[in-house]
Design a protein. Structure first.
Length: 221
């Protein structure tokens, strides 16, 4: 995974341009914050937290949100494996990381230091891979592509995606190829994932690009 971290640091050279928070995997109801917007106030944060009852809060950083060739997303759960447990502090730190971002490597280190409490992100092998439509992830339902212990067979991957035409081609939003870590909670850290490029927009539709899927499966696995 050290090699993967190095590759991502070399490829992700821009600032994230979208930050969003979701409660209990309700991604369709995400609080979406573009970098071009004024930083949310403490009142904004309190209003979001008090709007409804939730168990888990999730943050997502999106790089190159308008670029199908270079769009990456880091998804991090504030679960019981994080040293930090205060949702408001989590949002505040996440906003600091977003607006004060310098580079990918230092960004990952700061998350380890301030939220997780130790060296963790991208230090372990991928456990599972799935694919769905961004911010419609659970309402559509992801297609499961690979799980730790399985061999990588590109033809099987293509067959699985072909079986889900509502994911393969969609008008809703871009698709994400999600590499998942600590899915079963056995590691000393939170559940998280990295979404990599996997589609192209053609007209009003986003269509899966199988060359991108194959490229990133080989890099990440």
């Amino acid at each position: 995974m050290i090699q993967t971290k190095k590759i991502l640091s070399e490829i992700i050279i821009s600032k994230p341009d979208i930050l969003q928070f979701a409660k209990d995997r309700k991604y369709e109801e995400s609080w979406i914050i573009p970098l071009s917007n004024k930083r949310p106030s403490e009142r904004d944060i309190n209003s979001y937290l008090q709007r409804d009852v939730f168990q888990t809060i999730i943050v997502e950083y999106v790089w190159n949100s308008q670029d199908d060739n270079n769009r990456f997303v880091l998804t991090l759960f504030l679960d019981k494996k994080c040293r930090l447990q205060d949702p408001k502090e989590f949002i505040t730190i996440s906003l600091n990381l977003f607006y004060q971002y310098r580079d990918f490597a230092s960004f990952i280190q700061k998350i380890n230091d301030t939220i997780i409490g130790g060296e963790y992100l991208l230090n372990h092998p991928v456990e599972a891979v799935n694919l769905s439509v961004f911010n419609h992830w659970l309402s559509i339902g992801p297609v499961e592509l690979w799980r730790k212990g399985s061999s990588y067979n590109f033809n099987e991957i293509k067959t699985k995606i072909h079986s889900r035409p509502e994911i393969e081609t969609t008008l809703l939003n871009y698709q994400g190829l999600l590499f998942r870590f600590n899915e079963n909670g056995t590691l000393n850290g939170p559940y998280y994932g990295i979404k990599t490029p996997c589609c192209n927009k053609v007209g009003n539709e986003w269509i899966i690009d199988y060359d991108k899927v194959d490229k990133w499966m080989k890099i990440m696995l």
